[in-house]
Each structure stands twice: as C-alpha cells, then as structure tokens.
Design a protein around this ligand. Structure first.
Ligand code: TXA
Ligand code: MG
Length: 313
C-alpha cells in the first residue's frame, strides 16, 4: 500500500520518519515529483532503481536544502557558485566534483567522481529536506521510460504499491525537470530544463557548450526510451489529421492546448499533464499531434521532451 500524506506538519514528519527508516517517499518539487530515498544508503538507492524499473544505473540527482549543505558533499567551483547564487533555490542542477568521504552511496553517482546536486525551491521539498536532515536522491517519480509526474495522482498511477508514500503538494509550478549544467572549468549544458539556457548564459557572461543529453543525439535510439506516451506522436502540426488528438499552442487550436496565449511558462507547467490527457483521449493505438513551439527560453526544454516522446520506439 502506498499512502498519500497531506502537505502539513504531520505529513512532513511522517515522510521524514519513513525516509529515515530507509523507505521511499515521493515528494513535490517545483519541477516534477521526485522519488526520494536516503542518498547515503546503498539498499535504499538500489530500491529506487528497482521501484522505477530502471534498466541501468544512471546517476541520480542529490537534493539538499541549501548551498552550505551542498558544500559538505561537493566542491563548488567559481562558475558553479555564481550559478548557485543566482538560481538556487530553483530548477537548476549542478554537476560538481564529489568530496572524498562525502558519504554518498556510489550507486547514486554510478561510481563517478562527480555528483549532480540540486536545491529545490518548493516549500514542501525544503521542509522535508530540513526535517529529514540528510541528502535525498530523487529521480522523477515515474516508472522508467514514462512521462514525469507533475501531480501526486500521476505518481500513484505509476508507482502505487512500490513506494511507501507520496507527499501531496498539488500540481508542480514549473512542470519540466531541472536544467543540468557542468559549470567549471568550462560551462556545458547537459540537459535543457526549468532554467532557460539564455538565463544561464547571461549570468555567466559566456555561452554554454552543449553536451550529454543536450547534445544532438547520434541515433534515434538514444532518444527512444524517454517520456513516452502510449500513442504515436507527430510534432510541428498545424491541423489535426484524421483521428489525431491535436494539442495546440498559441494560434494553433486543438482539442487541447499547451497555452492558448502562447505563453512558454504556462506550456511548460502543463506539458506532462497534456501528454497524459492527450494519451487518454487518443485511446489504444491512437495518435497525438503537437503544434510547433518556438525554440527559445523554456521552449528549448519543451521541444527536447517532445522530441524524446516522439522518437521511434
Ligand atoms: O527536476 C529534476 O531534476 C527532477 C526532480 C525530482 O528534482 N529530478 C530528475 O532526476 O530529473 P533524474 O534522476 O531523472 O535525472 C538525473 C539526470 C540524468 O540524466 C543523469 O544523466 C544526470 O542527471 N546526472 C546525474 N549525475 C550526474 C553526473 N555525475 N554527471 C553527469 N550527469 C549526471
Ligand atoms: Mg526522469
């Protein structure tokens, strides 16, 4: 049985107690819901991979309440510090050199000597991290290969019976995963996300190189397993073809819309909800089409997720 915990003192205390006992608890962040577990405990981290059905041990993001807590486990270089000071708490993940004896399970970093860390802004995530008092490993709280959850109900859809509890904080405000950056010595964008690349470049005063997930995929297979709805997906659509559920944006109207007024923040916040909704409307063997979204600001992260969802599988 997976319990739903309310967003109050009692719910947070119970979530922290479960985490301290080595159990898994999904919790809201401003980006998406995370599947949290004690990042210091090998067994707990192994159970995160098991609950998600992750085929391989990709490294996980460690969540901490503030920069001071981050500095206890990782080395924060000058550019990383500038970004942390500008964007934390918030939807930015920094990949940093892991300190010796930081106490982080090697399963979290997949044995790398770097660690991805993030200081979430969501008040419930902050309160939970402080009540728990340790680092939380937290990938998105969905089965591997499925759409990321932006509501407690989405978490239960995918993981009910596999985790101890979900802390219900309602819908996530940003709706896309964090932007991942390797800042020092030379800044590289590893994954587009909730902080637009342009904002990072202006804080750094220099352009970001593209690497990792943000680089151009060399084969469609590299995109295939992520964010997939059941239905087939067509991008850049301005009208619905026969039997398609069209998700509009701005002037392109559909059965649904990411944002009738063409607002990228609003579109990001409802993207995963719309993928689920369109999937449900399309039904078994159905087809979904998405209107074009501009490749600027949050549009870059939105298009990244849509291309993954549309990739051949
Ligand atoms: O918004 C988010 O970031 C959400 C919420 C829950 O905070 N979390 C999330 O975690 O998206 P996850 O585990 O799905 O994303 C992990 C990503 C992977 O793409 C992985 O490649 C990258 O972080 N990553 C983790 N550790 C890394 C490292 N040491 N070096 C490079 N990339 C790393
Ligand atoms: Mg994920």
């Amino acid at each position: 049985m997976t319990r739903t915990l309310a967003a109050d003192d009692a719910g947070i205390a119970e979530a922290a107690r479960l985490l301290a006992a080595g159990d898994l608890v999904a919790f809201p962040t401003e980006t998406v819901y995370g599947l949290g577990g004690d990042a210091r405990d090998d067994r707990t981290v192994a159970r995160i991979y098991e609950a998600k059905g992750r085929p391989s041990f990709n490294p996980l993001i460690v969540h901490l309440p503030d920069l001071e807590a981050v500095e206890r486990i990782a080395e924060v270089g000058p550019k990383a510090r500038a970004l942390a000071q500008t964007f934390w708490p918030g939807p930015l993940t920094l990949v940093l050199p892991l300190r010796a004896r930081a106490g982080i399970s090697p399963l979290v970093t997949a044995g790398l000597d770097s660690v991805a860390v993030r200081v979430p802004a969501h008040p419930l995530a902050q309160r939970l991290l402080r009540a728990f008092g340790g680092p939380l490993a937290a990938p998105s709280a969905n089965p591997s290969g499925r759409v990321s959850p932006t509501r407690a109900e989405h978490v239960l859809d995918g993981l009910a019976g596999r985790i101890a509890a979900v802390l219900d904080g309602g819908p996530c405000a940003v709706g896309l995963e964090s932007t991942i950056v390797l800042a020092d010595p030379d800044p590289v964008l590893l994954r587009p996300g909730g902080v637009p690349a342009e904002a990072l470049e202006s804080a750094l005063g220099q352009p970001l190189a593209l690497g990792g997930d943000a680089g151009r995929p060399t084969s469609p297979g590299q995109l295939a397993s992520h964010y997939a709805p059941e239905a087939a997906l067509r991008l850049g659509a301005t009208t619905a073809r026969d039997g398609e559920i069209l998700v509009g944006f701005g002037p392109v109207e559909g059965a649904l819309s990411l944002s009738p007024k063409g607002d990228l923040v609003e579109a990001a916040a409802c993207l995963f909800q719309m993928l689920r909704e369109a999937d449900r409307l399309a039904g078994p063997g159905g087809r979904i089409a998405f209107a074009p979204v501009p490749e600027t600001g949050l549009g870059r992260a939105i298009n990244d997720r849509l291309r993954r969802a549309a990739a051949p599988r």
